[in-house]
Design a protein around this ligand. Structure first.
Ligand code: ZN
Length: 203
């Protein structure tokens, strides 16, 4: 499986990092070795002093597709979760300044936290899902998928023009504003609506 991530998909977050909102989705990939599931501890890597959390709604692809039309995109997923796109912000800033790819800052081991999945049918419409994340008991991110610049279906249509989607692939749909640094001992708890989907510690 592969992990496809969307960057700058919430205007307020693009603004907080002084990025422009693009006319097409910004996408990047993480390898399967980035996955961190079952509320395992996240270990801060030694190559960064500024690891940021990015809380994101995650869609699991349930059948293979290429050149998927936006109006049929909803047929390609039926379960949803919440994850963290951990980002080595210091490394990413250095790579961006040099015009280099982001992989070292985005694709490292444990950088794709994934919560438990819920059937979409049980939680509502993909275009109207509230989600939030509490850091040490304080809510630091809160948004609704209606605020996305590019909807899930638009992202699927766009990505599948370039990359064949396969069963089990995950799409991280971008983070809203409120990203920030994690430190040893932190506890991150993610909610989709009022359902807790992940709860893990930083070591
Ligand atoms: Zn992200």
């Amino acid at each position: 499986m592969k992990i496809i991530c969307v960057g700058r998909n919430y205007a307020a977050h693009a603004k907080e990092l002084n990025n422009s909102v693009e006319e097409e989705p910004v996408i990047f990939l993480k390898p399967d070795t980035a996955l961190l599931n079952n509320n395992q501890d996240f270990y801060l890597p030694d190559f960064s002093n500024d690891i940021h959390y990015e809380t994101e709604v995650v869609v699991k692809i349930n059948k293979a597709g290429k050149h998927i039309d936006e109006k049929f995109a909803h047929r390609y997923y039926d379960s949803i979760s919440l994850g963290i796109d951990f980002t080595a912000r210091d490394l990413q800033s250095m790579l961006k300044a040099k015009g280099l790819p982001w992989e070292r800052a985005k694709a490292f081991d444990g950088s794709a936290v994934i919560g438990s999945f819920l059937p979409l049918a049980d939680i509502g419409m993909i275009s109207d899902l509230s989600f939030s994340m509490n850091l040490n008991g304080q809510q630091v991110q809160s948004a609704n998928t209606s605020e996305m610049v590019f909807s899930v279906d638009k992202v699927i249509a766009f990505v599948s023009r370039f990359i064949t989607l396969k069963t089990g692939d995950l799409i991280y749909t971008g983070t809203p504003q409120g990203v920030g640094k994690v430190n040893v001992g932190d506890n991150l708890v993610g909610f989709l609506g009022d359902k807790e989907l992940f709860n893990f510690k930083v070591k």
